[in-house]
Design a protein around this ligand. Structure first.
Ligand code: PAF
Length: 275
């Protein structure tokens, strides 16, 4: 496995590769990421993993500075799975001030985008830059970041990028909590409480499948239940899987998306529901 920090070395090293599967990450790898890398390995002869905490997608009051950076441990986990680890410095990815951006579609201003202005613009911009550098045939993203995945799919289609985007199921702890680098911010009692997010989503899914389609009421009750337990709810919303817009009457492929705060930790999760 080769660990590469510079763009020029990355380009030279990948020049001869004809079959590349790419897993972009911000590092601090957990089992969820490793599962994405295993999927990549089944699909291409060369697996590239990027480890880059992208400043462009963090707001001024977000956790960019304290986001965990664990290069050595990450590389140890990738040994035997990835051919290349790309871990650039910020100055390597942004040699001059970034004044050109990928302007994401209007859906980027809803859900997480309503609470993290500019996040998806910064995310889509760095993903396009990484795609240009790695030039993969396949890229793998977790479905946990459902809105991110939807925006990347639209970017790839609308910019005619010759990349197959694969969405991987969310990896969960035994109690159902979606794996996330931010889970480590949770105190022990918060970690115990955190399972209620997934329980709320599964309860909503059960209601939907049982024929309760009063979406607004379901969302309100779910939010109230978590708020009564001390959570701060940014949104719990029932959307259409493909567009992430509000479901059309009789729409069958739904996804329940949620972002909540438990103490200082922001958690997101979602559950697909087919009616
Ligand atoms: O999902 C992430 O870890 C990041 O948003 C990504 C896709 C690596 C871009 O920085």
């Amino acid at each position: 496995m080769r660990i590469i920090h510079s763009v020029s070395e990355l380009r030279a090293h990948l020049a001869q590769q004809r079959s590349i599967a790419f897993v972009p990450t911000m590092g601090n790898l957990h089992e969820g990421h490793i599962e994405l890398v295993r999927m990549a390995k089944q699909r291409a002869s060369c697996v590239v993993v990027s480890l880059f905490v992208n400043p462009l997608q963090f707001g001024p009051n977000e956790d960019f500075d304290k986001y965990p950076r664990t290069l050595e441990a990450d590389c140890a986990k990738l040994e035997g799975l990835a051919e290349v680890v790309f871990a650039p410095q910020v100055s390597e990815m942004y040699p001059e001030q970034q004044t050109l951006y990928v302007e994401p579609p209007p859906i980027a201003n809803e859900l997480c985008g309503a609470f993290r202005p500019g996040h998806f613009r910064g995310m889509a911009t760095v993903v396009l830059k990484l795609f240009n550098l790695v030039q993969p045939q396949i890229a793998i993203f977790g479905k946990k970041d459902y809105q991110q995945l939807a925006i990347i799919r639209q970017m790839v289609t609308q910019f005619n990028l010759p990349i197959e985007i694969v969405g991987a199921e969310t990896s969960r702890a035994a109690d159902g909590l979606a794996l996330s680098s931010r889970n480590q911010y949770l105190s022990a009692p918060e970690r115990t409480e955190a399972v209620y997010l997934y329980r709320t989503l599964t309860h909503l899914a059960t209601e939907l499948k049982a024929g309760n389609h009063n979406f607004a009421l379901l969302e309100r009750h779910a939010g109230q239940t978590l708020a009564n337990r001390g959570w701060e709810v940014e949104y719990i919303s029932i959307r259409s899987q493909h567009s992430l817009g509000f479901p059309a009457l009789g729409g069958h492929k739904l996804v329940i998306v949620a972002a909540v705060r438990l103490g200082k930790t922001r958690l997101i999760d979602n559950l697909e529901v087919c009616l």
